[in-house]
Design a protein around this ligand. Structure first.
Ligand code: IMO
Ligand code: MG
Length: 427
């Protein structure tokens, strides 16, 4: 049927997990293509909460293929414990496929990241400390260890030696090859049944005209090339990453969807022009339960950033937007929406060239009327109060992108299709 990429349009935590879970109902496969266990994707089913870090968020839909592509960096300990805890909750993980080319996060990657963050002091990135960055460094430097390497003692031994020796030249790590080798070979034995050429599987699915969802992690503004560098993650979280991270050609992709919250959050350091520094920000944080699903850190909260949205539309080629958590803004008398920035005396529509200057940007706001807390009792968009309709229209205008779905609670079924053609994606 179709290949759909779903990416975060902001700084992560937009609600990608719950959207993937909803769309997965009609899909045949869900594929993660970048990032690692820095991601925390939450799905709530009948009041029961699941948080996925590595396993694609389609796993709660029986029989769907869950694929971890070559672009993901995998911590085998985390993957195995995620599989185990799902099993304990009665969810069978039997359709999992792990790319033989996916790189492996080693215990020293996490340690290196911790040391680096400490050394950066007040300039720290505020990473999730999952070892994601250093694992991608090894990958790009061509000394990385891939999933398939866990299956061969000799290969793992020699690659491990090379990688570890390199890092030991700069860091006091206290790891030895012997410490790691047996443990990781054991992970290899336990993961062996999942390790395959995932690009071949995806290729077959495409040929059979199946529906494939590509599940982005992090968000467009955290993309290593297009985000607020250096306050970014180490992978391509934008749509292009779905091709390089899975081995699917761009011509095979039918649709690119972006997920955005009705406001915006950021966890970790870095520029954030629309951040709210008063009690309204705290209120949104509390009501939206804006605490990291991976690290538990409080997320910084801000008004919807139209400049960021336009940017995300552009760098991903978004066909449509899915807006989440609109209910959280209910009860606020006035709501602000950022349409442009004021930067060095000028009003600008796009981000300035140098990402470190983004912090200097002052948002140009439009103030809009708020809506009541219980506004979402209506089930059809036409029955929503006027201020909500205005807010949605304004976001569409500013971003130049249609809103296809709206989510007004974390529960699986609470996803409203705003357009006829988007409704077909769900049922
Ligand atoms: P999901 O998939 C929000 C942030 C970190 C930090 C920066 C770099 O749940 O949307 P990293 O550990 O990746 O090297 O950290 O990126 N970050 C996220 N923020 N949601 C995420 O994932 C994130 N994954 C990483 O807080 O600022
Ligand atoms: Mg998250």
């Amino acid at each position: 049927m179709s290949s759909i990429i779903v990416v975060g349009a902001q700084w992560g935590d937009e609600g990608k997990g719950r959207i993937i879970d909803a769309l997965a109902k009609k899909a045949d496969a869900v594929v993660r293509f970048q990032g690692g266990s820095n991601a925390g994707h939450t799905v709530v089913v009948n009041g029961e909460k699941f948080v996925f870090h590595l396993i694609p968020s389609g796993v709660l839909r029986r029989g769907k293929k869950c694929i971890i592509g070559n672009g993901v960096v995998v911590d085998p300990r985390e993957l195995l414990s995620e599989i185990e805890s799902l099993n304990l909750r009665g969810i069978k993980v039997d359709s999992l496929y792990l790319s033989s080319n996916a790189h492996v996060i080693m215990p020293y990657h996490r340690k290196i990241e911790e040391i680096e963050e400490e050394q950066r002091g007040k300039n720290r990135i505020g990473t999730t400390r999952k070892g994601v960055g250093p694992a991608y460094v090894d990958k790009a430097a061509r000394r990385g260890i891939r999933a398939v390497d866990l299956l061969d003692k000799e290969i793992l031994n020699s690659k491990l030696r090379m990688s570890l020796q390199f890092w030991k030249n700069s860091f006091e790590l206290g790891f030895s090859v012997e410490d790691i080798l047996e443990e990781y070979l054991e992970y290899g034995r336990r993961l062996e049944k999942f390790i395959v050429d995932t690009s071949l599987i995806i290729h077959e699915l495409v040929k059979e005209d199946r529906t494939i969802l590509f599940e982005g992690a992090q968000g467009s503004l955290l993309d290593v090339d297009h985000g607020t560098y250096p306050f970014v993650t180490s992978s391509n979280a934008t749509a292009g990453g779905a091709c390089t991270g899975t081995g699917v050609g761009p011509t095979q992709i039918d649709q690119v969807l972006g997920v955005a919250k009705a406001y915006i959050t950021r966890v970790g350091e870095g520029p954030f022009p629309t951040e709210i520094h008063n009690e309204v920000g705290e209120l949104i944080q509390k009501r939206g339960q804006e605490y990291g699903a991976t690290t538990g850190r409080a997320r910084r909260c801000g008004w919807f950033d139209g400049v960021g949205l336009r940017y995300a539309v552009r760098v991903n080629g978004l066909d449509g937007l899915i807006l989440t958590k609109l209910d959280i803004l209910g009860g606020l008398s006035r709501i602000k929406i950022c349409t442009a920035y004021r930067y060095r005396g000028k009003v600008i529509q796009d981000f300035p060239l140098e990402a470190s200057h983004w912090q200097e940007c002052e948002p140009v706001y439009e103030e809009m009327e708020g809506w009541d807390d219980d506004a979402f009792e209506a089930k059809r968009i036409e029955d929503f109060p006027r201020p909500i309709q205005k807010y949605l229209n304004r976001i569409e205008e500013i971003g130049g992108v249609p809103i296809l779905f709206l989510s007004v609670s974390a529960e699986r079924d609470n996803l409203l299709a705003l357009r006829q053609d988007s409704a077909t994606l769900l049922a």
